[in-house]
Write a protein that binds this ligand. Structure first.
Ligand code: CP
Ligand code: NVA
Length: 303
């Protein structure tokens, strides 16, 4: 049976630990220049309904480095769900290649894509989840802190796809997860309840960033306005104006706290220049790890 990577929730802590091990090894191979082609002649189709820098580039370069090939389909190319139904595309692409990665608006569509395709499907972000991101994030935390268990992660901002994936991760690893989210922008209720019921992590939601940031090991943020919500941009600028990661906020966290952002960052909105460019910021290592983690996921699903 094929395996997909749609949600962090579908996998166990042990599975993620294996992914980290593979990613660490892949990272070393790059550093030493060792050529490693476990996906020789394997092919990946990448369907994008939204813009992307990191996801597109890291998957494309990752496939190349593993000896495979990746095809990029831009939002206008196949017009998933418009020119053709999701299930027809799933069935057809499955005949051409070994794996599909898709960045879609509607989460239902990635589930449908996985249901009707006979090859593994990887979620490269939907409105609901961003599992590759948060897997790379927790791996980056492990690299910096040496441990994951009981690390305090303060997520400041929108209860969006990234926040929902953090909730899923908090059902896998025991975290001290504190969110600061303005009223009206909470994470998905079902995902929140499931994470609370799993009782793996300590999860709290505050309305004040400094309460969430207190003694944090990690300060994490994302854009105030995610892709697809652009018509709310002006309202969100008002609602989120106190939810900025800046030097003042960092004073509440531990001195050695690391600052993370999935990127792209809107400098001067959710994060200030001095913080993203400052000594606590690990955002570029975080971005680099997207590639190593996704290569590990590809190897795990395809070999
Ligand atoms: N973080 C992330 O997924 O970046 P892109 O939107 O550029 O792919
Ligand atoms: N929450 C953001 C993440 C971008 C990588 C968005 O969905 O636009």
């Amino acid at each position: 049976m094929k395996n997909d990577f749609i949600s962090i929730y579908d996998y166990s802590r042990e599975w993620f630990e294996e992914i980290f091990k593979i990613a660490r090894d892949l990272k070393n191979k790059i550093r030493t220049g060792e050529v490693y082609h476990p996906l020789k002649d394997k092919t990946l189709t990448m369907i994008f309904q939204k813009s992307s820098a990191r996801t597109r580039i890291s998957f494309e370069m990752g496939m190349y480095q593993l000896g495979g090939y990746a095809l990029y389909l831009a939002p206008d190319d196949i017009q998933l769900g418009k020119r053709e139904s999701v299930k027809d595309i799933a069935r057809v692409i499955s005949r051409y290649n070994d794996c599909i990665m898709a960045r879609l608006f509607d989460h239902k569509h990635i589930i449908e894509l996985a249901e009707y395709s006979s090859v593994p499907v990887i979620n490269g972000l939907t409105n609901l989840l961003h599992p590759c991101q948060v897997t790379a994030d927790i791996f980056t935390i492990l690299e910096y802190k040496g441990v994951i268990d009981n690390i305090k992660v303060a997520f400041i901002g929108d209860g969006n796809n990234v926040a929902n994936s953090w909730l899923n991760m908090s059902s896998k690893f025991p975290l001290n997860m504190s969110f600061a989210i303005p009223e009206g922008y909470d994470p998905n209720q079902e995902i929140l309840e499931r994470a609370l019921n799993s009782k793996v992590s300590n999860i709290q939601i505050f309305r004040e960033p400094f309460l969430a940031a207190e003694d944090a090991d990690v300060i994490y943020t994302d854009v105030w306005t995610s892709m697809g919500k652009e018509n709310e941009i002006e309202k969100r600028k008002i609602d989120f104006k106190n939810f900025q990661v800046n030097e003042e906020l960092l004073k509440f966290a531990k001195d050695d706290c690391v600052v993370m952002h999935c990127l792209p960052a809107h400098r001067g909105e959710e994060i200030t220049d001095d913080v993203i460019d400052g000594n606590n910021s690990i955002v570029y290592d975080e971005a680099e790890n997207r590639m190593h983690i996704q290569k590990a996921i590809l190897i795990k699903l395809l070999t």
